[in-house]
Design a protein around this ligand. Structure first.
Ligand code: DGL
Length: 253
């Protein structure tokens, strides 16, 4: 079984890509809905949650872990790997590298949670892969909570998104990295704002390919999905059709 987790619904965007890449694999998805959002938590709090969930999934027999959360990866993936040296761990990091490679204007932006924005890991990613371009890091407080509440069409969210993105476009940004897995579900709204002026960059497919490379025998299972949540499991089930993830619902056992 492959364990996948996030603070809540965001990691489902990664899970959808994982299921497409590994249709026969068995997945266990854990949403930490009792503690969402992670973006406004301290490093210690996030690390504590990541280690507890990692242990839970390892105890449940997961042979590979996917941290389907940029904030958890930025803050705690090293600690998680250290705690489980025998289990491969795939993290999710903002697609700074592809954005920096593809930009024509030499200016890219990354939308993240507050915790990711201040993490040294993000600074290292920018230093290592985007030294030759200008990078604007834009923390987006509250966005993950809107997704969590399934308020994707909330006018207040649209107003805030426009207020954050228009200035970036005016600066000449032509690649906008979705640096939080919740934001994948805001792609229709963001695409409407951005139009043809910039492209959104999402790494879910790249994470799925990396997981595929590491899956080995875990690729061959019964194609099942177990859903777990630290609170309100019923909301997780109800969210699948609302997020157009009926193909995941069909696998739930
Ligand atoms: N989905 C998460 C991420 O990718 C975290 C959102 C949150 O809980 O603040 O960063």
């Amino acid at each position: 079984m492959i364990g996948v987790f996030d603070s809540g619904l965001g990691g489902l965007s990664v899970l959808a890509a994982l299921v497409d890449a590994l249709p026969q694999a068995d997945f266990s998805y854990f949403a930490d809905t009792a503690h969402v959002p992670y973006g406004n938590k301290s490093e210690e709090q996030i690390q504590g949650r990541v280690l507890a969930i990692g242990q839970h999934l390892a105890d449940a027999g997961c042979g590979l872990l996917v941290v389907a959360c940029n904030t958890a990866t930025a803050t705690a993936v090293q600690a998680l790997r250290a705690a489980h040296p025998g289990i491969p761990v795939v993290g999710v990091e903002p697609g700074i590298k592809p954005a920096a490679q593809d930009t024509r204007t030499g200016r890219i932006a990354v939308l993240t949670t507050e915790a990711t924005a201040r993490s040294p890991r993000l600074q290292h990613l920018i230093r290592d892969h985007a030294g030759h371009v200008e990078v604007f890091v834009e923390p987006c407080p509250g966005w993950a909570t809107h997704v969590e509440m399934l308020q994707l069409d909330d006018p207040a969210l649209a107003t805030d998104a426009r207020a954050r993105i228009e200035p970036l476009l005016e600066k000449g940004v032509d690649r906008i990295v979705l640096g939080c897995t919740h934001y994948s579900f805001l792609a229709p709204l963001l695409t409407e704002i951005v139009g043809a002026r910039a492209q959104l960059v999402d790494v879910a497919d790249a994470v799925a390919r990396q997981t595929q490379r590491l899956a080995g025998r875990l690729a061959h299972g019964s194609g099942t999905l177990h859903l777990h949540a630290s609170a309100h499991l019923e909301r997780l089930h109800a969210a699948l059709p609302r997020l157009h993830l009926g193909r995941l619902a069909a696998r739930v056992v």
